[in-house]
Design a binder for this molecule. Structure first.
Ligand code: HEC
Length: 243
């Protein structure tokens, strides 16, 4: 919980220091065109270890009112909590897109990244996403997940792994499914991971891991599951949530 509070405070500070009056900060590139909307192409909601650069770049696009791509629009980025966006501003290319990379800060938690552009009238258009930084234990959990769990729990296949999700009769939840997993207690998570589905009158397709994984491994997996939950696990009521 302290961790979340800290990240929350840092996010707010990050916003505050970058929110000066118009023209106070470093001047970005001069806009050659203006759009009406800012959308994400890819790269939001990634998960990586603290202090690392996200695997995938963040790509945003500026569109006009008809949904057509706008080249030469100026976009600037703000990131909270010590995360950095490189470059912090730029002009969209011929495809209307701007690609940046995001380096996470040193504290585990969620980092808010905001992209900003202006329309012809000078009105600010903002788009916002979150990237998740994992601490040591959570990152260990992520590695165990890659090795043992994701082939069934992640419905998406990747270059390295074909998902088995669609072949199962009972559909396991993705670990990002906070709407479901936030309501499962730590005790119940430990129990199903240790003893498998059959022991809990659930599908025997969920194997027991008590013989393969130690207590610390199972705790790391739980820490990972809590860290990637969307909506976030126990974040209700923090100032940050209303930003
Ligand atoms: C062979 C496929 C498979 C693998 C591998 C697997 N699971 Fe599951 N898991 C399932 C299925 C199927 C269910 C749903 C059981 C039900 O609802 O009856 C499930 C359910 C769960 C649940 C209860 C929540 C839910 O999704 O319904 C948790 C927690 C869980 N698994 C954790 C893990 C962890 C952690 C690992 C890796 C250490 C893992 N599972 C590996 C198939 C798998």
């Amino acid at each position: 919980m302290t961790r979340w509070h800290l990240t929350a405070v840092l996010s707010v500070l990050g916003l505050a220091t970058n929110c000066g009056p118009k023209g106070a900060g470093p001047k970005g590139p001069e806009a050659k065109a203006y759009g009406a909307a800012l959308v994400e192409v890819s790269g939001g909601k990634q998960v990586a270890a603290i202090g690392t650069t996200l695997d995938q770049p963040l790509v945003v696009q500026v569109n006009d009112a008809q949904g057509g791509a706008v080249a030469g629009a100026a976009v600037s980025f703000r990131a909270g909590g010590g995360a950095t966006v490189i470059p912090p501003e730029g002009l969209t290319g011929n495809d209307g897109q701007l690609t940046v990379s995001v380096a996470l800060g040193g504290v585990a938690g969620r980092y808010q990244v905001t992209a900003i552009t202006r329309d012809k009238a000078g009105k600010t258009i903002e788009w916002r996403t979150e990237e998740i930084a994992l601490g040591y234990q959570q990152n260990l959990g992520r590695q165990l997940n890659d090795r043992y769990c994701s082939r069934c729990h992640d419905p998406e296949s990747t270059a390295e792994r074909v998902s088995n999700h669609d072949n199962l009769n009972a559909k396991p939840h993705a670990f990002t499914d906070g709407a479901f997993l936030n309501n499962v207690s730590d005790a119940d998570l430990t129990s199903i991971i240790t003893h498998g589905g059959a022991a809990l009158n659930k599908s025997p397709e969920m194997p027991p891991y008590g013989g393969t994984l130690g207590k610390a491994d199972i705790e790391a997996l739980m820490a990972y599951i809590r860290a990637v939950a969307d909506p976030p696990y126990r974040l209700k009521g923090l100032v940050y949530a209303s930003n």
